[in-house]
Design a protein around this ligand. Structure first.
Ligand code: FES
Length: 223
């Protein structure tokens, strides 16, 4: 397995400042928008996380919390991409439909925040560098829909309200779906520092025909 020091191109005795400086440089090179790839981008983020693991552990990374989770210590987020766990605010489409809301309503998340919804329906979670959005939800105890986990159905689809999610394997969604803001959560990795998504959108008319039977394994919701 490649050393995180090699990934960041630093010496084994690099200081914390060296790690941060190297990370900021490498993550920009590795970003898909600047000629890198999803895989390289995730590799760099994972290397950074390994080298700063003590800080993440101390901050209790993962799980929903009041302010969206910890930010990496002493990192300038303005000139880098995704320096640690990505904050995700999520909303269940069922809650949207039950209340007659629209997913493209600019005030959708403000309405959700004011609606006193259960944490499984509306809340926040953190996505670690080596987790897809669906994996992160499951690892925090949520039960989001899926089936194939391979880009071949719309069961795991989410609607992007803010931010960007990669789509390395998509054999099902049309360009029009992607342009409208739909992404697959099973293999989607955050490409922005924050995300707002409506999950469970598989029942929308434009996605309904692209569904498969539910996957064989579902985790129980925590509420
Ligand atoms: S679960 Fe089928 S594409 Fe994600």
């Amino acid at each position: 397995m490649v050393s995180p020091f090699d990934v960041l191109d630093i010496e084994d005795d690099a200081t914390e400042a060296d790690v941060e400086r190297a990370y900021r440089e490498r993550v920009k090179q590795a970003h898909p928008d600047t000629g890198g790839s999803i895989e390289e981008f995730q590799l760099v983020r994972r290397a950074y996380r390994e080298l700063t693991e003590a800080d993440w552990g101390a901050n209790g990374a993962g799980g929903a919390n009041d302010d969206g989770g910890p930010a990496p210590a002493d990192i300038d987020l303005d000139d880098g991409e995704g320096t640690g766990p990505i904050r995700v605010e999520f909303l269940d489409y069922e809650a949207v439909a039950d209340r007659g809301w629209e997913i493209d309503d600019d005030d959708l998340f403000a309405k959700a925040a004011a609606a006193d919804l259960p944490n499984a329906d509306y809340g926040r979670l953190l996505v670690e560098p080596d987790e897809s959005l669906l994996e992160a939800a499951e690892n925090r105890g949520f039960s989001w829909p899926f089936s194939c986990r391979g880009g071949a159905c719309a069961n795991c689809a989410v609607y992007l309200v803010a931010g960007e999610l990669s789509q390395p394997a998509n054999h099902i969604l049309l360009d029009a779906h992607a342009e409208r803001g739909f992404r697959l959560s099973c293999n989607g990795y955050p490409l922005s520092d924050e995300l707002k998504v409506v999950f469970n959108v598989k029942h929308l008319p434009e996605l309904d025909e692209l569904r498969l039977p539910p996957g064989p394994f579902r985790r129980m919701r925590t509420d």
